[in-house]
Design a protein around this ligand. Structure first.
Ligand code: FAD
Ligand code: MLT
Ligand code: ZN
Length: 487
């Protein structure tokens, strides 16, 4: 891959900025520090960069003109959607040479076809708006993330996002039928086909899903819609261990079948933080438990019997000693309160202090043994470190996050930072030994690019580099993200 020169020729940035202004209009090229500031720091606050400019195109043609100009000026581009990514992939590095391309102005829902079961949208449409447009047509777009009020479909596709509906509907890549993508040199690939059947060669749509802005800019997508699920039955269940949670999953599958839609875990530490920092949160159960599971069954208007199925599965679980207690939501407000306990965890962790995030998957059968074996290893590395564990246990995916130890009742962030590399290595090494993955759903971004390459075989890394080289030979799309710098 072509190495970029360390410095741009002196006049080049000015000429490039003029071309970008011609492409999208002066008002949509931001370069003043205060205007650029929100685009150069990520949601975690860990990744802070600087940008040559932030460009906000309003159409696919404008995105193409921006990429042509950047390509000719050999200037790297960082695509950005809602900037809710958790691995630093959507913000520029510290060089000040990269252009951030924000999709924030491309927010049109282009078409909804309830009979074909498709919705066609601009990449900058916010996930919650896609869900609302589907609901208006009497359909469901099932993807659901805690960040859905800000993240965009382009970002969801680029990260192959997961979330709380994967158990029933699959990851983002299972929800997409076609894409429109602007390539690094400004050419447009129109793959916006809503066909269920199209065996005409390599699957280019899937190539761009999960590519984290390193192969091109996604500007539009055709997504799958599903029958609406207005009926819900929801419970907050106390379980003694991860092993018990996995047994509860088996009960839920057996009693609820296809209606099982949500199966989310959280440890007591996570819930303690929510109760301490989330206004209005309260514990739905009388006695504390080490672990909890949020279970939800969902069905269409003609699906009767969800409440009964939930009660029978909980009864069987309590009898088998797999669950100790449960609170069943009796109203939409109670359901929202149970969901808030789960969805509030990411936000309250930030309030509590420094956090080290890990987003791992393991084969479900090994999840419990891995969790039990890993916790004491982490205490050896950093005494008092607090695992805040939650996530999509039905998919084998734990957010195995670590909060700093408490010293005199205060979060000792320095102790966590000093031990961070060793803590992360302990988690990744043990996950790799158990045939798991060090990124279940958040992607690699800048945070995990190097680590992921070190756990993959040479053959796999070579194949990934070959794909990058084929689509982006000048190495201008999001350098340093997904593949290690210099790849
Ligand atoms: P950004 O953060 O802007 O970008 C993410 C990556 O995609 C970057 O590499 C960027 O370059 C690239 N990109 C963005 N748009 C485009 C485009 N149009 N074309 C090409 N590349 C593009 N993630 C999950 O998977 N599951 C969860 O349950 C989940 N919950 C979350 C809860 C909270 C509170 C928060 C803050 C985040 C959560 N996330 C979750 C992470 C995040 O929301 C997802 O990764 C989301 O898909 C990112 O979308 P975005 O529009 O914000 O993308
Ligand atoms: C979640 O499931 O809540 C997320 O993926 C976000 C996080 O890891 O904090
Ligand atoms: Zn998650």
């Amino acid at each position: 891959m072509t190495d970029l020169p360390d410095r741009l020729p002196a006049r080049l940035p000015d000429r490039l900025l003029d071309r970008l202004r011609d492409a999208v209009g002066e008002a949509h090229v931001l370069s003043a520090e205060a205007d650029v500031a929100p685009y150069v720091v990520d949601w975690t606050g860990v990744h802070r960069g600087s940008a040559l400019a932030v460009v906000r195109p309003g159409s696919t043609d404008e995105v193409a003109a921006v990429l042509r100009a950047c390509h000719e000026a050999r200037t790297p581009v960082v695509p950005q959607g809602g900037n809710t990514g958790l691995v630093g992939g959507g913000v520029p590095d510290g060089s000040g040479r990269q252009v951030v391309l924000s999709l924030g102005r491309m927010r049109d829902v282009r078409d909804v076809d309830p009979v074909a079961g498709t919705i066609t949208v601009d990449a900058g449409v916010v996930l919650a708006d896609v869900r609302a447009a589907a609901a208006e047509a009497g359909r469901l777009f099932p993807m659901s993330l805690g960040s859905e009020g800000s993240c965009t479909i382009g970002g969801n596709l680029a990260t192959n996002a997961g979330g709380t509906a994967v158990l029933r509907y699959g990851m983002t890549r299972e929800l997409v039928l076609g894409l429109e993508v602007v390539l690094p040199d400004g050419r447009v690939w129109d793959g916006l086909r809503g066909l269920r059947k199209d065996n005409t060669g390599y699957d280019l749509t899937q190539l761009f899903v999960g590519s984290e802005g390193t192969l091109g800019v996604i500007t539009g997508a055709v997504l799958r819609l599903f029958p609406a699920t207005p009926r819900r039955a929801t419970a907050w269940v106390a379980v003694p261990s991860v092993a018990a949670a996995v047994s509860l999953l088996a009960f839920a599958q057996q009693h609820a079948g296809v209606h099982l839609s949500t199966f989310e875990i959280a440890n007591r530490q996570a819930i303690d933080l929510v109760l301490a920092h989330l206004p209005g949160a309260s514990d739905p159960l009388a006695a504390p438990s080490d672990w909890y599971v949020l279970v939800e069954l969902a069905g269409s208007a003609v699906d009767d019997g969800l409440d009964e199925a939930l009660e029978s599965l909980l009864g069987a679980a309590v009898e088998a000693g797999v669950a100790s207690d449960a609170a069943i939501a009796g109203s939409p407000a109670q359901r929202s309160a149970l969901w808030a306990l789960r969805e509030g965890i990411s936000e309250v962790q930030k309030v509590e202090g420094a956090t080290l995030k890990h987003d791992v998957t393991l084969p479900i059968a090994r999840l419990a043994a891995w969790t039990e074996a890993t916790a004491p290893l982490l205490q050896e590395v950093c005494p008092g470190v607090r695992p805040v564990t939650y996530g999509h246990v039905g998919d084998g995916n734990l957010h195995y996050n670590l909060n700093a130890p408490l010293t005199d009742g205060r979060s000792d962030d320095d102790a966590l930072r000093a031990a961070a590399a060793d803590l992360t290595a302990t988690i990744y090494d043990t996950v790799a030994r158990e045939d798991g993955s060090i990124s279940a759903e958040h992607g690699l971004g800048r945070t995990k690019a190097a680590a992921a390459a070190s756990y993959k075989s040479d053959v796999e890394v070579d194949l990934m580099r070959a794909v990058k080289q084929a689509l982006d030979p000048a190495g201008l799309m999001n350098p340093g993200v997904l593949l290690p710098p210099g790849s």
